[in-house]
Design a protein around this ligand. Structure first.
Ligand code: ZN
Ligand code: ZN
Length: 124
């Protein structure tokens, strides 16, 4: 037992030194990179996934956050109409009608910029 202890300790020490020496160094980093670069093309769902992520918060079509887009969500549209916030000419919430209120577009775009650090695509 007395012999095993120091031997075990030094073996552990050597193993730890090796692990510590190799672990955080180049060995680990390229492995992660390789895994990611091989995974991305293999899945090929990457572009769709990115587009989906945008859709979740931002309605690129209408230039407003999706959760308040009165043109995509008929329930929201009804709520906007109930409030009297509705542009009959353009069939959308008046507070989201950039045709009548071009200045609103920037307000919503600013929210996008604050979140993603870049300008959203121009709504059509
Ligand atoms: Zn929309
Ligand atoms: Zn309008």
């Amino acid at each position: 037992m007395k012999i095993l202890n120091p031997a075990g300790r030094s073996a552990t020490f050597v193993a730890l030194t090796l692990v510590a020496g190799c672990g955080p160094q180049p060995v680990a980093a390229p492995r992660i990179d390789a895994a990611q670069s091989t995974a991305a093309p293999a899945e090929s769902a990457a572009p769709a996934k990115a587009a989906h992520a945008h859709d979740e918060w931002w309605c690129g079509e209408h230039g407003v956050p999706e959760e308040i887009c009165g043109q995509c969500n008929s329930k929201l549209a009804a709520a906007f109409q109930k409030k009297g916030d509705w542009c009959k000419d353009h069939d959308r919430p008046d507070s989201q009608c950039f045709i009548c209120h071009p200045e609103y577009e920037k307000n919503f775009a600013d929210q996008y910029v604050a979140k993603f650090g870049k300008q959203p695509m121009k709504p059509e």
